[in-house]
Design a protein around this ligand. Structure first.
Ligand SMILES: C[S@@+](CC[C@H](N)C(=O)[O-])C[C@H]1O[C@@H](n2cnc3c(N)ncnc32)[C@H](O)[C@@H]1O
Length: 461
């Protein structure tokens, strides 16, 4: 039997961000207010518009961020497919919000490049995996990335598009990308840099904690902005090439969008060349006898023609800061199921608390287990902790947020509050279960980061 198409028939009339977030995003506040349901159909573009292709789209974090930064950013095609579940919640939410035209819900590995329209920017939050490369006789180029490793899908699209490849890339990944894998730290990122360099791109990266730029969630992610050597921003770099660290700190796209200075605690400015083909990078990059060499990549950097300049920077942002307390709903709007019954409190208190105890392994060995305490309840006068995919559901957990309400009761966060912590419009993910909504937010990004990148790109590209 053909699967019934899931339809969300209740259209949310007020698809806008809440006041504190609109206030924070003042630069584009007008645009924030305009973010009602998108019209059906692929957006029409003219020469003033910037066409975007969004891969690994989830529920559209890049799209929300970019399209809030300027009405000239237009997402012309997007792809989202979740391999682990039959029901495609993220794809359903995406189509509900932005329409089905230009949406692809297929494994990106089987999408022919000809089906992907040309664009100016390609963006996406690709999963962190092992990017190692081996030689193979089956491949005409003699090099093969592991099957199922999604980085190679980005590389395939850029390679096969040839001259029509997007001039700009904006990518997101976890912060440990810069230090992976544990036995050859930095190798995976070196492979990414080398493969982008070989395709003609200059690459900036920066680890950004959204809360350090006033956003309501402490979420650290690596952001990568790349531009083809024929692009305007690559030309801007060439004019500044004598001062690469100044470029990283101030003049690059990420430097421009996220004010910072060189860290005085860690003096790790360095420069080096990523040498060899991708197999050689796989085999040799940062190899040490005991496998313990630290990653050569600081939290900010730039690469052009395989030459890497790397630094450690600290934020110098001093603008408005959003807190968890500012985005939570008033107590009378919270459904009863989000309150923690008194009978459950001992379990939560135990899980959140510090412990040092003897535990038994599966194999029957006794071992000492210890961990420190978590702030409990979560502080309302600070940004939240990182939302993880398991944030939803009533079961007690060490990692789920718990806040105390003015009446003194304890409760979990509602899906709408998780959306706000990622700076999505309210009820963005409405239409699926609360547990899935939390999962989708645990996978998503803080859209305010993309908005800031978008504002700078729009001016400079
Ligand atoms: C880190 S999440 C990105 C979330 C997104 N930035 C957002 O704002 O919601 C990565 C996404 O890639 C999707 N994905 C994983 N494997 C995929 C594949 N083979 N093809 C297409 N999408 C895939 C996952 O379902 C997930 O939604």
């Amino acid at each position: 039997m053909k699967e019934k198409k899931y339809i969300i028939d209740e259209v949310e009339p007020n698809w806008v961000v809440c006041e504190p977030i609109a206030e924070y995003s003042k630069v584009s506040a007008q645009r924030v207010k305009q973010l009602y349901l998108f019209e059906e159909g692929i957006p029409q573009t003219d020469e003033h518009d910037i066409r975007i292709v969004e891969l690994f789209a989830g529920v559209g974090g890049f799209r929300v961020g970019f399209e809030r930064a300027s009405e000239h950013f237009k997402t012309v095609w997007n792809n989202q497919w979740e391999p682990s579940t039959k029901r495609q919640d993220a794809s359903i939410v995406y189509q509900h919000r932005f329409g089905s035209a230009g949406h692809s819900n297929e494994d990106i590995s089987i999408v022919p490049v000809e089906e992907i329209p040309d664009s100016d920017i390609l963006c996406g939050g690709f999963p962190c995996q092992d990017y190692s490369v081996a030689t193979t006789l089956h491949n005409s180029k003699g090099i093969e990335g592991k099957k199922g490793v999604l980085w190679w899908q980005i590389q395939r699209i850029l390679r096969d598009k040839g001259e029509k490849a997007p001039k700009y890339l904006v990518l997101e990944n976890v912060d440990r990308l810069l230090g992976s894998p544990a036995k050859q730290r930095g190798r995976d990122f070196a492979i990414i840099l080398a493969s982008l360099s070989d395709l003609g791109y200059c690459v900036e990266w920066r680890v950004i904690n959204a809360a350090e730029y006033g956003m309501p969630q402490r979420r650290r992610r690596t952001y990568i902005v790349a531009y083809h050597r024929t692009s305007s921003i690559a030309k801007q770099w060439e004019a500044e090439a004598e001062h690469p660290f100044n470029w990283i700190i101030e003049k690059s796209v990420l430097g421009n969008a996220f004010e910072s200075k060189v860290s005085t605690k860690k003096n790790t400015q360095s420069d080096f060349i990523v040498e060899g083909d991708l197999v050689e990078v796989t085999e040799n990059f940062n190899k040490s006898d005991n496998g313990k060499a630290a990653s050569p990549f600081g939290n900010a950097g730039f690469m052009a023609n395989r030459h890497v300049w790397s630094a450690d920077v600290v934020p110098t942002y001093d603008g408005p800061c959003l807190t968890l307390g500012q985005i939570v709903l008033p107590e009378d709007q919270v459904q009863e199921e989000f309150f923690i019954p008194d009978t459950e409190m001992p379990k939560w208190t135990y899980l959140k608390g510090s412990k040092s105890e003897k535990r038994m392994s599966k194999e029957g060995y006794e071992y000492n287990y210890s961990e420190g305490s978590m702030t409990f309840p979560d502080a309302l006068d600070k940004p939240s902790r990182t939302i993880i995919t398991g944030e939803g559901g009533a079961g007690p957990s060490r990692f789920k947020h718990v806040i105390q309400t003015p009446s003194g009761r304890y409760r979990r966060l509602m899906p709408i509050e998780l959306e706000r912590l990622n700076m999505f419009p309210d009820n963005h993910t409405k239409g699926t279960t609360d547990i899935r909504r939390a999962f989708l937010m645990g996978n998503a990004l803080v859209t305010g980061i993309v908005e800031r990148i978008g504002i700078v790109l729009k001016e400079r590209m």
